[in-house]
Design a protein around this ligand. Structure first.
Ligand code: TYD
Length: 141
């Protein structure tokens, strides 16, 4: 069964806040439905810039705008959905085989990504027509 844009969920993350600020802890298999194997973050992205433009064959991710804001355009090969992230206590869960583009970065924005696996270029699909072909014939992923 292939994932659709409706399998991408905005998850409410815990927020422990007080007079001196807030903390958001995230555990694998509790807030996110996978073991967390890698954490990375995008920063120094010029205001208005875009990133992404790919899908992953097996990688699952949780994407959090820990500072600033950006939009994520999700695409399953049939439907598209746009999600605006602008809070450090919301995470967007993206399962495998969803094309994503990150757009409209605010300057100074920081995008935190929790990933289910270590970096593997072979897991990327960077060509949209290849993504469409694979998403229509999921048994060849
Ligand atoms: P990429 O995932 O293409 O960035 P984006 O989709 O946000 O534009 O990664 C950009 C470069 O960084 C690419 O050469 C691969 C490298 N990279 C790593 O070496 N390790 C990582 O964990 C990630 C996410 C990227």
């Amino acid at each position: 069964m292939t994932n659709t844009v409706y399998d991408c969920k905005v998850i409410d993350l815990p927020k422990i806040s007080g007079r001196k600020g807030a903390i958001t802890p995230i555990y694998g298999n509790i807030q996110v439905p996978f073991d967390i194997a890698r954490v990375y973050y995008l920063y120094d992205v010029p205001g208005g810039e875009s990133r992404g433009g790919h899908a992953h064959r097996v990688l699952q991710q949780l994407i959090v705008s820990v500072m600033g804001a950006f939009d994520i355009v999700l695409d399953d090969g049939k439907e598209q959905r746009r999600v605006h992230l602008d809070r450090a206590y919301y995470g967007l869960y993206i399962p495998q085989m969803i094309w994503r583009e990150l757009e409209n970065f605010s300057s100074g924005g920081i995008c935190l990504v929790l990933a289910s696996a270590t970096y593997d270029e072979c897991d990327y699909i960077r060509d949209y027509s290849e993504f469409l072909r694979i998403s229509q014939t999921p048994w060849i992923v």
